[in-house]
Design a protein around this ligand. Structure first.
Ligand code: ADP
Length: 241
């Protein structure tokens, strides 16, 4: 698909900026889909998990506080994440649009985001990756990440060409501290309690939302389905497959 082709961007009161909000439990494949969408739409990929890990790597006081929360599977305070996202959106590379992966995760974050998007008249579509929790736990346990470029490897994201080594830059892969099974279960609990209501908020506020059942499809098939659904929304048609 050519970037933005047929998406009716710029219509009505909207600006030319597109935003896709990816919502789904940890391990639902948000990161993988965000990377595929980034390629097909040529827009920026903003992962709050990655932004926070960059902050942790700085090793300052905020970074240490963030690390403790992430290692326990808890959420980082809304204002810290909201500020990181706002700063990122201002940077070059986001002028065509952006994909939000892992943000918002609370209704308060969703309200902050809604304000920011309205101010910038950003055309927004919410994509819900609906994946069974048992599948999620199996997927996450055992996945690995490159500490340098942050690419993930595993069941959904594909295995590296050489086991234990990043395809992109040859760095030795490692298991994230928050991918241990007990932490994954806590992250799922937090998702159900704090992030599920975000979907209801977006639907109630009139944002177009597409529900994508994600369990039994390959990442490529899922990406194709998502693009079809986005196109339907932009053409004002049904939002389900
Ligand atoms: P996953 O989607 O697999 O949970 P992420 O890399 O998106 O992984 O997030 C890892 C951790 O970073 C979360 O468990 C949480 O501690 C923190 N985090 C990421 N995004 C947010 C957010 N929007 N609000 C609060 N904390 C966040």
């Amino acid at each position: 698909m050519s970037p933005g082709a047929g998406f009716g961007v710029g219509a009505g009161m909207s600006s030319n900026i597109l935003c896709f909000v990816l919502v789904g439990p940890p391990g639902s494949g948000k990161g993988t889909q965000a990377r595929l969408l980034k390629q097909s739409m040529q827009i920026a990929h903003i992962s709050t998990g990655d932004l926070l890990r960059e902050r942790v790597a700085l090793g300052d006081e905020v970074g240490r506080m963030v690390a403790d929360l992430m290692d326990a599977g808890e959420l980082v305070p809304d204002e810290v994440v909201a500020r990181l996202v706002e700063q990122r959106i201002e940077q070059p590379g986001c002028t065509r649009g952006f994909i939000l992966d892992g943000y918002p995760r609370t209704v308060n974050q969703a309200q902050l985001l809604a304000r920011l998007l309205a101010l910038r008249r950003v055309r927004t579509i919410v994509i819900h990756l609906d994946v069974d929790y048992r599948v999620v736990v199996a997927r996450i346990s055992g996945r690995q990440q490159c500490p340098s470029c942050e690419r993930l490897y595993g069941v959904t994201s594909g295995a590296p060409k050489i086991p234990g080594v990043c395809d992109e830059d040859g760095t030795k892969l490692r298991v994230r501290d928050d991918d241990r099974e007990e932490v994954v279960r806590e992250r799922l609990r937090v998702y159900e309690e704090q992030t599920q209501p975000v979907l209801a908020f977006f639907k109630k506020s009139g944002y177009p939302c597409v529900d994508v059942p994600g369990t039994d499809r390959t990442p490529r098939e899922l990406a194709t389905t998502i693009e079809v659904l986005i196109r339907r929304v932009c053409e004002g048609r049904n939002d389900r497959v």
